[in-house]
Design a protein around this ligand. Structure first.
Ligand SMILES: *Cc1c(COP(=O)(O)O)cnc(C)c1O
Length: 230
């Protein structure tokens, strides 16, 4: 199977999951997670029509993507991994969205660095919804505390929420995690009617069909597109 074959198969499967869930075609975006895969693999996906990519590390993304942006300007990258404060400067220059915002300090630094280059950057707030995951806001109270600060952060544009389900075969636990994120989205939309919480980034190679059934608007898929990571 080539990367192009994998992309086509997953796009079909996303469409089928949408139909099963009674959702419209095109309501779920595919983020191709290219971490640990070389520029050539990304270019193969680009040639197959893929434009949206996800990377975990700023350093790795900045080694691969500037050359790709030069060839294909409408490619964009989302940062999906834990972000250290001292990497924010490079991150805001490179990516269109930071999905892994998980603390106030990070929000402040993203706004500060984006202001310096006159950019407004999209963000998702990452919520902790599974026992075995380490990242994300612990609960809605902690999340709300950060969202309350957005008024004073004009270079950050809220787009929604992100989570990682537990790594388990237990579908009930996975579903519970995705439902928790969908519930948090409803709470946020009610509490902050002037902000945009439309994006729900959830679902990976092993659980994206469940995520779509639970309302995901963006699935983050690596292994099923690019193969196992080295
Ligand atoms: C690696 C990663 C993915 C993709 O995982 P696969 O199982 O390879 O599809 C998705 N989201 C995050 C946050 C990741 O770190």
């Amino acid at each position: 199977m080539t990367i192009a074959d994998n992309l086509a198969r997953i796009q079909d499967s996303i469409r089928e999951s949408c139909i099963r869930a009674g959702r419209s075609d095109g309501s779920v975006k595919l983020l191709a997670v290219s971490k640990f895969h070389p520029t050539e693999a990304v270019m193969e996906a680009v040639r197959a029509g893929q434009r949206l990519f996800g990377e975990n590390r700023v350093q790795e993304a900045s080694e691969k993507f500037p050359a790709i942006f030069d060839c294909v300007p409408d490619v964009s990258v989302h940062l999906i991994g834990n972000l250290q404060r001292n990497k924010v400067k490079n991150a805001v220059r490179l990516v269109s969205c930071i999905q892994s915002v998980d603390r106030e300090e990070l929000l402040a630094e993203i706004d500060r660095q984006a202001a310096i280059i006159g950019k407004t950057i999209d963000i998702l707030f990452e919520l902790h919804t599974a026992e075995d995951s380490k990242s994300g806001y612990a609960d809605e109270t902690a999340l709300f505390r950060s969202i309350d600060l957005l008024d004073s952060k004009p270079h950050v544009r809220c787009r929604g929420l992100m989570t990682m389900a537990p790594l388990t075969d237990d579908e009930t636990l996975i579903r519970r995690s995705f439902r928790a994120l969908a519930n948090a989205q409803r709470s946020c939309a009610r509490r902050y009617p002037s902000l945009d919480f439309s994006e729900l980034s959830m679902g990976m190679s092993s659980d994206y069909e469940i995520a779509i059934a639970e309302g995901s608007t963006m699935v983050r898929i690596g292994t099923a597109i690019f193969g196992e990571r080295a």
